[in-house]
Design a protein around this ligand. Structure first.
Ligand code: SAJ
Length: 435
């Protein structure tokens, strides 16, 4: 069975059934399709299949031109019908792993995907979980479900964990040139999974178990959230010390070893960094261990929107104005620069806090035409000299490279810059307040 699957993979004849056509599944589908594999994408959202089968992408990093040739050549087809898994040899699962309202891991998307995989599990199939989750998910949750079919892992089918490592909007690193970590339930599982990814990705690194692979990903993302939390706390310290935190970080970054720059900001956005570390702390709580760094970083990062609003209030106050009644323009609402994703974006928190304080808030973001606040929809306004001149305060939340910061500084009365986006603006510095 191993040899049969190995041959199919090496000859690119293996049929790949990718579950979840989002920012992880679709780029993987494109890379594998380009290598010659036949990809069947499965997504519960019927609009996804309509869109992709028409050669249209709704993912920042995949263009319509990436999709069209593959769809046309019949290399990529998306459906909502899981029964296609009967024909699939390799099944990467790329579904969301959000937090529930009570900040507990929500693995319901994984479980419903695995329920479907189980229905069509057959000898010779390779199942790979890519969604970020707590250590133990693959072996404690997924393996028993699949073995209820009577099929035996490592003998009849293969099961591995290989974390996705996508940095949305990163112009340099994509699916193809980002090494993959692979951990299988058995050595054969690891081996065949490594082979599978090496057909299209530069490097696959084997680790000793699925649990190790799950932990690698959580270390990567916890590393970021804790370091961002640290630098946000340094910003709070520098505010009290009347020191420019941005100057400090840039100067520390002249050290060629032993330092890696992170930057303060309005808070932690995205569907990974604010969320993944809590998968780890939740699992450790069940083992009677309290992951202090994760919780502390989460606390600092989640309070940054409030801090930004406090700084806006202070800056307006120095100009004998209050937040209440002020016209405030938010520059950028995506969770980070040059992308359109607003999930967990701190901009939404800042807007809500300002509105609750009585400000009249508008936003402009070339990537985000509209946002849904609790009970209303806000539309992006055009960034013009007039709107800048009529605003009491302009708040830079997302430092899109497409903004003309000199024009903003020229026409605004007051700028709260939470990203040091105006670092190259020479004139009108007196109008700029930095985090
Ligand atoms: N942020 C800061 N200061 C920093 C860096 C980031 O405030 O110094 C903020 C960003 O503005 C953003 C949030 O943190 O709101 C997350 O930023 P991010 O750069 O970690 O970007 P993500 O969440 O889109 O992607 C990350 C990946 N990013 C990088 O490696 C640079 C990576 O950690 C994961 O592969 C990915 O999440 C994932 O899917 O887990």
């Amino acid at each position: 069975m191993y040899k049969t699957l190995e041959k199919k993979i090496k000859e690119k004849k293996a049929v790949v059934g990718i579950i979840g056509m989002g920012y992880v599944g679709l780029p993987l589908a494109v890379e594998l399709g380009r290598e010659g594999f036949t990809i069947i994408g499965i997504d519960i959202n019927p609009n996804k299949s309509k869109l992709i089968n028409a050669g249209k992408s709704d993912i920042d990093d995949i263009s319509d031109d990436d999709l069209k040739p593959l769809v046309k050549a019949g290399k990529l087809k998306v459906t909502t019908d899981f029964s296609v898994l009967k024909k699939a040899d390799c099944v990467p699962i790329c579904v969301p792993t959000p937090l529930s309202k009570t900040k507990d891991p929500d693995v319901s998307y994984i479980l419903s995907a695995v329920e479907e995989v189980k229905k069509y599990l057959h000898p010779g199939q390779l199942v790979i979980l890519e969604s970020t989750t707590y250590p133990g998910t693959t072996e404690e949750l997924i393996l028993p479900m699949l073995e209820e079919t009577g099929l035996k892992v490592g003998k009849d089918f293969f099961l591995s964990f290989s974390p996705e490592r996508v940095d949305p909007g990163n112009p340099k690193y994509g699916t193809k040139n980002t090494p993959r970590v692979v951990g299988g339930v058995t050595p054969w599982c690891t081996q065949i999974t490594k082979l599978f990814y090496e057909q299209t990705i530069t490097k696959a690194v084997a680790v000793s178990s699925t649990k190790s692979a799950e932990m690698v990903k959580l270390l990567e993302n916890t590393f970021r959230s804790v370091n961002i939390g640290l630098v946000n706390e340094v910003a709070l310290m520098c505010d009290r010390l009347k020191i420019d935190v941005w100057e400090i970080i840039d100067a520390a970054n002249t050290k060629p070893f032993g330092f890696m720059p992170f930057y303060p900001g309005p808070g932690l956005g995205g569907h990974c960094i604010p969320i993944d570390p809590h998968y780890l702390s939740w699992k450790l709580k069940s083992l009677n261990y309290y992951a202090r760094f994760i919780e502390l970083a989460g606390d600092i990062n989640s309070h940054m929107p409030e801090y930004v609003v406090e700084r806006i209030g202070r800056a307006l106050n120095e100009r004998e104005k209050s937040i209440k009644g002020s016209k405030i323009l938010i520059l950028g609402v995506a969770y980070k620069r040059d992308i359109r994703d607003v999930r967990e974006s701190p901009a939404l928190d800042v807007i809500k806090l300002l509105q609750n304080a009585g400000a009249e808030v508008q936003y402009t973001d070339p990537y985000v035409p509209s946002i849904r606040m609790d009970d209303s929809v806000m539309k992006s306004v055009k960034l013009t000299a007039e709107i800048l001149k009529s605003s009491d305060c302009v708040v830079i939340i997302t430092d899109h490279t497409s903004f003309d910061y000199n024009m903003v500084a020229q026409n605004a009365h007051l700028i709260m810059d939470t990203r040091n986006a105006t670092k190259n603006v020479k004139k009108n510095r007196e109008k700029i307040v930095k985090l």
